[in-house]
Design a protein around this ligand. Sequence first.
Ligand code: FE2
Ligand code: FE2
Length: 258
Amino acid sequence: MTDAIDPHALSEEDFHAEVHSFQFWLEAVEGYLAGTEFGFDAGQTDETFTLPELSDLITTLCNYCVAEKTALEASSGMIRFAPSPDAAIFLSTQVADEGRHLEVFVHRLKMLGIEDPWQEIDNRANRSLLQFKDRLLEFVDQQDWEAAIFVQNVLLEAMEFTVFKAHASSADPITSAILAGVVKDERRHMGFGENDLGRKLRQAPHTRTRLNQINKELNPLVLSTFSEIAKELKLNTHQGLSISSNYLATIDRLGFST
Ligand SMILES: [Fe+2]
Ligand SMILES: [Fe+2]
């Protein structure tokens, strides 16, 4: 089962050959989605939530939908100016993933009694996350591949990966199962960003200066989004800080500092 392959453990060439294909994608998602409905085992029964717990979970899920819709809009827009057919094929698998992520989070909102998820998402969307979205879509509209791949496949994916992973460890069983599947996809998307930018940065080192600037500009929006989510997830100070520090460590590992 290809799901067992850790994309980060592959050499750059193997990563390129393996991950930029629908064949790899199909085998990967089959590994963890087979037998599930909307990302979890349909036989699972839901937990009973207190009203404040329910409200916080709904707000968090609404913001996950904002992030997923952002990735869906950006990755689909980027296909038009992808620098190679391989990159376009990878992005088409990402579009399918992001559409699925949006669907499972919207479905979870409906399960929790939200009749009009789109209205609820508008009402509860975090301002910093919306500003982040606007900035990413500006880069997409400008067909600026380096900035768009950095902001989407490095910054946004690292944000999602960090938060979803932390939330999966403390969430109710259904939300946790949904998040565990989504995290696997986000890891693949992040790997694509690292691989693509890694090559570019070696060919054009001055690009790093520009991407560092973008990172500095967007970092306050990321950290402000984290602090809202930490409140909703009722994380203590230590757990909240560890989300931020895990995120910053991921970005640092790629050679970008804030
Ligand atoms: Fe996603
Ligand atoms: Fe993603």
